[in-house]
Design a protein around this ligand. Sequence first.
Ligand code: IMP
Length: 481
Amino acid sequence: MPRSNIHGYAYILEFRTLDPWIAAIAATMPGPATASPDQEAAAYTRTVVAVDRSRVMPATVVIGAQWGDEGKGKITDVMAETADLVVRYQGGNNAGHTIVIGEERFALTLIPSGVLSPTVTPVIANGCVIDPVVLLDEMDTLAQRGVDPARVKISANAHLIMPYHKKLDAVMERFLGRQQIGTTKRGIGPAYMDKFSRHGIRVQDLFDPKIFRTKLETVLKDKNNLLTKVYNSLPMEAGPIAEQYLGLADRLYDHVADTSLLIWEALQRGEHVLFEGAQGTLLDIDHGTYPFVTSSSPTAGGVGPGAGVGPRAIDRVVGVAKAYISRVGSGPFPTELENEIGERMVEVGGEFGTVTGRRRRCGWLDGVALRYAVRVNGLSEIAFTKLDVLSDFENIKVATAYDSLGNRYTEFPRQQGVLYNCKPVYDELPGWEGDISAVRRFEDLPKEAQEYIRYVEDHAGVPITTVSVGPQRSATFNRSP
Ligand code: IMP
């Protein structure tokens, strides 16, 4: 029985008590406990005919539960083995995914991790911002390494990152001085600024040179005023930009699609769609540590506007969390360890950015922030990564609350100042000794590592269903708690 059929049947059984319309259909079906296999198959056939599948086919979202760099790329890549579509719905080439298959290391910034699975259609949806030069470079690199990028689809509605966005990203950061955000300087923020001020140029504009040039000339007047009069920089010329971008249009043409429709049709066919978030919950423009955030919505709710699907399409939200925590760039970080323990996490965990090579700041797992991620994303489960990095620590700590100015915060504080001046309240657990990177079953982990996992899921309130103990695709196992 194909995968999608199993989903369809299971959902009918679950919805029986919830939806009178489905209950009416389900009433004609034998219950799973009493039905013979033949009766189940017959009921299933009736169900497929009777039910509008868009009501019942679930999609999965994989998001970062921390400040990014949790290992989402690897988890998505593993999950992509059972997916038909893998969809990026926000961000751009500020995201770095490192995937290791055998001896090969793939560093992707824009193309969804699923591209490495030959049966997956990788989709860059409307909520993303696309630097076409980077996109084509990434496709060329994949092709050189034997991965066919022809399947990559990009939304006609996605906004383009233009050369002036990158320049503005750099000068705006410089202008902020000590208050700078520490962006990746890829033009992400300025591209989203233009999108929301309705001055953006979209992928579809590349295929109408007249419109493209008109929009570019209009917007560049404004940008040049900013560059020269505010940021004391040199102006840019429209001609060479138009030449370069319109010159890429032919190569992009076959990749452009109505990606919302593509996703809708896949869901209708009962295929499995995986939405891959970039960055992480605490970098979300609304729910993150503003202004030290990215300019889009990496949280699960971003999937709706970012990909053009309704909330009922999604039933599974996997939050990827490292066994400790890290962040790149500026901003508050209550559990940061500016000592030899943090240094060891950086060294053992290889905590240097995929995109910028910057050293990541590291610290103990922040349980307050993790519970916040469970809440704002509606996580159904957690994938717990880099557990191997914590081997050989005598003790392992998890922050359960923050103390600030005589108050104790067990929930993520609404006043951001608390994050700067608080002292984390830690629970301490015993560590374990020895390399665990070859372990492939929960039961084979040292008992202290098992305890740590149980502790974290108890604290978070959702199960840890996937554990990763090394960078390879194979160094991952599932568990049913
Ligand atoms: P931007 O997304 O380049 O505008 O950068 C805004 C903030 O998000 C900075 O602190 C970046 O370091 C951070 N950031 C952006 N993308 C990632 C990522 O993929 N991992 C971790 N941090 C990121």
